[in-house]
Design a protein around this ligand. Structure first.
Ligand code: ARG
Ligand code: MN
Ligand code: MN
Ligand code: MN
Length: 307
């Protein structure tokens, strides 16, 4: 397997400053070495362009619905990132996007869907299905799935020309913090939501297997989106929107191993991202390190290696 690391150092989509240093922290934690150890040959293309938020106009809004911060900046990042992701897939490698806040998923999904129909498995405490008109915060990291599914609030923004992310192939895993309107929108959506209760009831193996099966059903591939706040804050303290009661270190690895197994059997993993690592809030770069380990598991790392 070949991976191409693409950094997306943004914090436009999040309240807590510092998540723009995520790519740097994840690289410093040894991402490339972890992947090489896993038998994945990897190249790092560096970062897409993302000027510091301080140099941009914080009041930039979506034209129609005035409740989404830094949309123009996020649009520019999405554009460049989508091109990198698309080119990576065209070249036969797996894009591994490192964030940055979760708004970078708009670009990842767009790139992964440029030439294909895709599904996604969203490993996250949050559903990220808010739209500008429903978001309580105005932070676009809570909106990437609404954006990728072509929500009307984003009319006029260039990503609104919908990528081929099939609503039926959207699967959430590990939800435990969903806003009221957002919960109704998740229930009304064609996607499948597995909450922490579902993981407690059925176990991480069964839920992840079902998630990969649903996300990959009838499409060309799956984008795996890993928000580090999916894990319990005891394991992953370096995130901007921690929610207690998340998955454990071992459950997270197990889930990523199941992603890798599914990919070996079905060639299903089209692209992946690890987002929301905030080194300012982290403890000794632990969360960044966790991101490197989980990416390696998803891309095929095994304790005893492979023959
Ligand atoms: N639902 C909340 C919001 O819309 C939190 C979103 C958190 N998203 C994330 N990618 N960490 O603001
Ligand atoms: Mn989250
Ligand atoms: Mn998220
Ligand atoms: Mn199977």
């Amino acid at each position: 397997k070949q991976a191409r690391i693409i950094g997306a150092p943004t914090d436009y989509g999040a309240n807590r400053r510092g998540v723009d240093m995520g790519p740097s922290a994840i690289r410093y934690a040894g991402l490339a070495d972890q992947l090489e150890d896993a038998g994945v040959s990897c190249t790092d293309v560096g970062d897409v362009t993302a000027p510091p938020a301080e140099t941009q106009d914080a009041d930039k809004r979506v034209p129609e619905e005035g409740n989404a911060k830094f949309v123009e900046e996020i649009e520019a990042v999405s554009h460049e990132l989508a091109e990198e992701v698309e080119a990576t897939i065209a070249g036969g490698a797996t894009p591994l996007v490192v964030g940055g806040d979760h708004s970078v998923a708009i670009g990842s999904l767009r790139g992964a869907a440029a030439d294909a129909d895709i599904g996604t498995v969203w490993f996250d405490a949050h559903a990220d299905l808010n739209a500008p008109s429903t978001s309580p915060s105005g932070n676009v990291h809570g909106m990437p799935l609404a954006a990728a599914l072509g929500h009307r609030d984003f009319a006029g923004v260039d990503w609104a020309t919908a990528p081929r992310l099939n609503p039926e192939n959207v699967v959430w895993v590990g939800l435990r913090s969903v806003d009221d309107q957002e919960a109704a929108d998740v229930r009304d959506s064609a996607g499948t939501a597995f909450t922490m209760s579902d993981i407690d009831e059925h176990g991480i193996d069964e839920i992840t297997e079902r998630a990969m099966a649903i996300a990959s059903d009838g499409v060309d591939g799956v984008h795996v989106s890993l928000d580090l706040d999916w894990l319990d804050p005891n394991e992953a303290p370096g995130v901007g929107t921690p929610v207690r009661g998340g998955v454990t270190y071992r459950e997270a690895h197990r889930a990523m191993e199941i992603v890798a197994e599914h990919d070996r059997e079905h060639d299903s993993l089209r692209s992946m991202e690890a987002v929301e690592v905030n080194p300012i809030l982290d403890e000794h770069n632990e969360t960044a390190h966790l991101a490197t380990e989980l990416a390696a598991s998803a891309l095929g790392k095994r304790i005893l290696g492979r023959e």
